[in-house]
Design a protein around this ligand. Structure first.
Ligand code: FES
Ligand SMILES: [Fe+2]
Length: 388
């Protein structure tokens, strides 16, 4: 984030009472409980939001060398993304053209070709079929040129990889970022390296995951025994890039910073700066590292959450490894023992049908923005959103 932008954001805090809840959305919003538990709506969300919109898949550094590959789930479509010899990326449905086996079951290191684990068909990195070992004659009436892996859409830019299963002819990193590229390019994400990924499956609707990252209002109470001591709970800075809210949580130290002369101001070290990418997850810039949270909706009430920590350089010493492990433990510890168990209970309450609706307050503007954006995308995709 450029210094001028940091100064502009910090200026918004000047002369503000840190205990006053602001900025406020123009109106609060009611949301029917069914939005979180209706299986028909869930299928529409998966088909429209997760298949037909760009999904943030990874940082580029996770798939740098020719022949390296990533796997992803794009609204139920299994995807395989492969680094080509010329440095570009191609994406495919992760299903062999023989009888549909996944070509890869996990992200993988560089290989000269890709081979199917079921009967051994071999594909070039560009998806064309290279060989059907031991059975070329059996398939002589089915030319190899008719059997390439089915393509999907991939775009890369600013150190980020996006993929889209359907309707992605115009996909670019810029279109996916919807204006957030103006800030993201300054982080130099292409140079960050993966330190660790942890994965968990939680019994709640995918939107409840995003909701908990979309306001700082809960920090004072839910996180009173962990992070509340360092954050300003009632103050956050919310903006949006197209459908994607940016939520900046503030450390209490920020009010010391604005006492300095403006030319010395540094904003980012006093923040947790989160870019939520509707619908697939969020990137957090956290002082000395990047976190990526990727979600896969498995069913209306089940969500896979992958949390990855990236550092500016690969850790080389035990001390550095211990430092990043401690960061990751804190992250997973706070969310996994404070946020997500509570969110699971919220989901169960909504599922009971006893709770007709939820309220998003004016002090939760990013939450309101996110849900308006989700609804707008569903309507654009042909789904009639039930209004509260
Ligand atoms: S399913 Fe891939 S080789 Fe048979
Ligand atoms: Fe939280």
């Amino acid at each position: 984030m450029r210094h001028e932008r940091q100064i502009e954001l910090l200026s918004r805090l000047k002369d503000r009472d840190p205990l006053t809840a602001w900025p406020l959305a123009p109106h609060s919003m009611r949301r029917r409980a069914s939005a979180y538990v209706d299986p028909v709506r869930f299928e529409a969300e998966r088909n429209i939001l997760f298949r037909k919109l760009p999904q943030l898949v990874a940082l580029s550094s996770e798939c740098r060398e020719p022949g390296a590959h990533l796997v992803a789930d794009l609204g139920g479509v299994p995807a395989l993304i492969v680094r080509q010899k010329d440095g570009s990326l191609k994406g495919f449905v992760n299903a062999c053209r023989h009888r549909g086996a996944p070509i890869a079951s996990a992200d993988g290191p560089p290989k000269p070709r890709l081979s199917c684990p079921y009967h051994g068909w071999v594909y070039e990195l560009d998806g064309t079929l290279h060989a059907r070992p031991y059975a070329e004659d059996a398939f002589a009436d089915m030319p190899k040129t008719n059997c390439p892996l089915k393509p999907i859409f991939v775009a890369e830019g600013y150190g980020l990889i996006f993929a889209q299963a359907e309707n992605g002819e115009a996909l670019t990193a810029d279109s996916a970022l919807a204006g957030a590229e103006s800030e993201l390019k300054d982080y130099g994400l292409e140079d960050f390296v993966l330190v660790e990924t942890r994965e968990n499956v939680w019994d709640f609707n995918w939107k409840l995951f995003l909701d908990t990252f979309t306001e700082s209002y809960h920090i004072r109470t839910l996180h009173k025994n962990s992070i509340a001591a360092t954050y300003l709970p009632e103050v956050s800075i919310c903006d949006a890039f197209g459908p994607h809210p940016r939520m900046i949580g503030l450390l209490k130290t920020v009010f010391e910073e604005i006492k300095k002369p403006e030319t010395d101001w540094r904003f980012l070290p006093h923040t947790t700066t989160q870019y939520l990418f509707m619908p697939s997850g969020l990137i957090t810039y956290q002082r000395d590292h990047i976190e990526l949270w990727r979600i896969t909706p498995l069913s209306v009430d089940r969500t896979r959450v992958r949390t990855t920590l990236y550092a500016p350089q690969a850790p080389e010493t035990d001390k550095q490894r211990a430092y990043w492990k401690k960061n990751m433990d804190l992250l997973i510890g706070v969310t996994g023992t404070e946020d997500f168990p509570l969110v699971t209970q919220i989901h169960n309450g909504l599922k009971s049908g006893a709770m007709p609706e939820l309220i998003y307050g004016r002090n939760e503007p990013a939450l309101i923005h996110l849900h308006r954006a989700i609804d707008a995308a569903l309507v654009a995709g042909g789904y009639a959103v039930e209004q509260s």
